[in-house]
Design a protein around this ligand. Structure first.
Ligand SMILES: Cc1ncc(COP(=O)(O)O)c(C=O)c1O
Length: 438
């Protein structure tokens, strides 16, 4: 780090600011699957940025598209006027999505995508004359970003403690599906746990279906530590939602665009939701962009009324920003031209075999994996939750890894461009880290 850099003004997100500023790690460059630090060291990008750069850093095709778009049209509103790239990108994303999900509302982030998806659900029921459907069912441990809708439907206890007063009142939650006694060290989808979806029937009985607009779940819970859906669980949620006229929303901010070895988790799992929310990898992280992909029938229901009336009172200044759309189109081209989803699918087994070889290493109490994602959970040090996770992160940096930790769980979601050797090497370096932490 340059000794000139004053670190005081930037209030860093989701960071122990005082600790960081005493022990700063400053990233100054990135190339392919590696970050470089100010002191010249290189770190393997174990989580593809924050799950958002599967194609690696410095992709010339995406950078060229961004440069060209900035020169041609740097900004245009999408309120009452439009520009071609927003329409082109929406059409391309619809082609990626399961059949029937073909209307795309753009946002700038995953949090906004979640809030937009929830608003679409409520507005849809309103449009079809069931305005009493205002309740949203989320799930324990879910992370749906930091907007008010997302923290309400989300299942993060600290959010409820701190921001409960701001949260939407009409929410309830399904139990999460993680039970280490039943599914410890599972490879892929655990066999146990489909019955946990039946909790939705009880919530329907409690609140009555006529009050419930939508169920929102991450098909694979990412931020809370890679919690993989039990076999049959999402199928059962789908069936219950359909039977009661409740919309099913998949938050695919992490799982979308190939992470599970298919375009979306919906295709990997063979379960089609009514709305998919996405962000992150849609632009390979180069420029923020997110959105909601909506069943045409939901969209069409909201297209009633006088033709000159605005059908959905919602949008962002930067919905469909031209530079973000150019980055998105170039990203999807690279995905297609280089078969990147198939490559992620091929690497799944490599990561699975490597990461499960850590069973038996110090502190390891669970290992789970699905798609090109995996988590290693460490036993919490007595009275110090999160301390081992942090130590693993810091020793990881010393060993050439940029790891991600949530409490005492270490998550990995390497770039799709990784080689088999790089994945094996990442896991071997992590083994060394585990052997050194207290
Ligand atoms: C499942 C899920 N939803 C929503 C979000 C929020 O996305 P953003 O940070 O872009 O607002 C995240 C971020 O990690 C996420 O994992």
């Amino acid at each position: 780090m340059s000794t000139q850099t004053d670190l005081s003004a930037f209030w860093m997100p989701f960071t122990a600011n005082r600790h960081f500023k005493r022990h700063p790690t400053l990233v100054t460059g990135a190339d392919g699957a590696y970050f470089s630090l100010a002191d010249g060291r290189r770190l393997f990008d174990c989580l593809s940025g924050l799950w958002c750069t599967p194609l690696g850093h410095g992709r010339p095709e995406i950078l060229a598209a961004v440069r060209a778009q900035a020169g041609e049209l740097d900004f245009a509103p999408t309120f009452q006027v439009g520009h071609p790239k927003a329409f082109e990108l929406a059409a391309r994303i619809a082609q990626w999505a399961p059949e029937g999900l073909n209307r795309v509302f753009f946002t700038n982030s995953g949090s906004e995508a979640v809030d937009s998806g929830l608003k679409i659900a409520l507005a849809y029921h309103h449009a079809r004359g069931e305005a009493s459907r205002v309740r949203v069912i989320g799930r324990e441990r879910a992370y749906h970003g930091v907007g008010i809708g997302g923290i309400s439907a989300g299942g993060i206890a600290a959010n409820r403690r701190l921001f409960g007063a701001l949260s939407a009142p009409f929410v309830d939650h399904l139990p999460h599906t993680h039970d280490p006694a039943q599914m410890g060290f599972s490879r892929g989808q655990p066999a146990w746990g489909a019955h946990l979806a039946d909790a939705l029937e009880r919530l329907v009985a409690l609140h009555d279906a006529s009050t419930i607009a939508a169920v929102i779940v991450e098909p694979m819970q990412g931020s809370t530590g890679v919690i993989v859906p039990p076999l049959g669980y999402l199928e059962r949620l789908r069936e219950i939602c359909t039977r009661h006229g409740i919309l099913l929303i998949f938050d695919e901010v992490i799982t979308g665009f190939g992470r599970l070895g298919a375009n979306f988790a919906a295709q990997r799992l063979g379960v089609t939701p009514d709305i998919i929310v996405f962000a992150k990898a849609a632009t390979n992280g180069v420029i923020p962009l997110g959105g909601a992909i909506v069943q045409q029938s939901i969209h069409d229901t909201m297209m009633r009324g006088p033709e000159q009336a605005i059908e959905f009172l919602h949008g962002y200044t930067y919905s469909g920003h031209p530079i973000a759309c150019a980055a998105g189109l170039a990203t999807l081209d690279v995905f297609a031209n280089e078969g990147m989803v198939a490559r992620a699918a091929r690497l799944e087994r490599v990561l699975e075999d490597a990461v499960h070889s850590l069973q038996g290493e110090p502190h390891v109490i669970d290992i789970r994996n699905f798609g090109l994602a995996a988590a290693v959970e460490l036993r919490t040090r007595e009275g110090q939750p999160g301390a081992r996770g942090r130590e693993a992160f810091e020793r990881g940096v010393q060993s050439g890894l940029l790891l991600r930790f949530t409490a005492d769980t270490i998550a990995m979601a390497p770039p799709f461009i990784s080689t088999e050797e790089e994945i094996a090497n990442m896991v071997e370096l992590l083994r060394g880290v585990l052997r050194r932490i207290a």
